[in-house]
Design a protein. Structure first.
Length: 365
């Protein structure tokens, strides 16, 4: 009798789980696509290593989600999960609050006139002046509001801000839904400080994320997290106004992106690619079930610190990783300043850094 009851209970449980996976309400409408086979993490240019195990803490401790990162006059500036933009000494002994945006500051850039330009995932493109006054620069383009303003970079003249709207359909905190849906509603945008107008440069991007200008400001790059690639939009020269791929089929989900101003780009990978996500890419109904499972289960991502260095042609010149227990992940920002490579994270409790020489001495394939 007990066995029958147990079997009946188990059967009912299975039915309830299946009913939840098949019928629970969700806004996600997955689009079928066909990713390339993921590169190897055991051999070749992306082979696993523990270079990032040597990270040291930088800036104040016990802060929540220092995603954005600027180094100015020996101080680190970052945006936090609670909406604060803070400035901290590298040794972590001082911490000053510059502003609380009331949203989620994700990208930072300094305008030549002294204003701090903020890409806020909730509030849009913002500016903080020297008097502590916060203003909104842009919240929509062509009548379509920003859903998830993510990163920003400025040209040297301070004429334009180039920034990303990860998704016009999904908001901050819904990155998993947006990436699984693969709806191509991300955009690369340009704000004109002289006219106050915003222009769309690229649309149909798969979760537009990190943005940076290249050498001589000839092009701007934008990470497409959901497609494992970096797209390039040409700003000058014979290709001006056109776009192509800077690098494709990355081994992970590219998050933020930075140029050192000379000859290197740094790409922070949120996590390695998931065999589950890639394997269900062509089966929308299975991906919808995965979204429902994520309502109660953790996202299927590996906790691995992962950063790539790229040259001016998109060739991998540095591969930095750490998959050991307690690693600094998700590592979402990497920026080169002087003799150091600095790191930020969407969820970690501090920033980190690594001597640049150590980052560049890793064996290359």
């Amino acid at each position: 009798m007990n066995r029958i009851r147990l079997r009946t209970a188990f059967t009912l449980l299975v039915i309830l789980v299946l009913a939840f996976l098949l019928l629970a309400p969700t806004k996600v409408q997955p689009v079928a696509w066909a990713p390339s086979t993921a590169p190897s993490l055991t051999t070749g240019v992306y082979a696993e290593n523990q270079t990032l195990k040597a990270l040291e803490m930088a800036g104040a401790p016990n802060i929540n989600g220092p995603e954005a990162l600027l180094l100015e006059d020996g101080f680190l500036i970052t945006g936090l999960h609670d909406g604060r933009v803070v400035r901290t000494s590298i040794d972590g002994k001082t911490l000053d609050v510059l502003i609380n945006t009331g949203g989620r500051p994700l990208g930072l850039a300094r305008h030549p006139d002294g204003r701090l330009i903020i890409a806020d995932g909730v509030k849009g493109l913002l500016a903080l002046d020297a008097h502590g006054q916060l203003s909104t620069l842009s919240r929509e383009v062509d009548g379509v509001p920003f859903g998830f303003t993510n990163d920003v970079t400025l040209d040297r003249a301070g004429h334009y801000a180039y920034f990303s709207d990860s998704s016009s359909r999904w908001g901050y905190g819904q990155d998993g839904e947006a990436i699984i849906e693969h709806g191509g509603d991300g955009r690369l945008l340009r704000y004109d400080f002289q006219t106050g107008k915003t222009q769309q440069l690229l649309d149909r991007l798969e979760f537009a994320n990190g943005v940076t200008l290249g050498p001589d400001e000839a092009f701007v790059l934008v990470n497409e997290t959901g497609a494992y690639r970096i797209s390039r939009y040409w700003l000058s020269g014979p290709k001006a106004g056109s776009h192509d791929l800077f690098i494709d089929n990355l081994p992970g989900l590219p998050d933020n992106l930075a140029f050192n101003g000379h000859n290197r780009f740094w790409v922070a990978l949120y996590a390695p690619r998931s065999a589950l996500l890639d394997g269900t890419a062509g089966r929308p109904y299975l991906r919808k079930m995965l979204v429902r499972a994520m309502m109660v289960l953790p996202k299927p991502v590996e906790n691995r610190a992962f950063v790539l260095g790229l040259d001016e042609e998109g060739k991998v010149i540095a591969n930095l990783q750490d998959a050991s227990r307690g690693n600094y992940s998700p590592l979402t920002t990497a920026r080169e300043y002087g003799d150091w490579l600095y790191f930020g994270s969407l969820t970690a409790s501090h920033m980190a850094r690594l001597p640049l020489g150590k980052a560049l001495q890793h064996p290359k394939n």
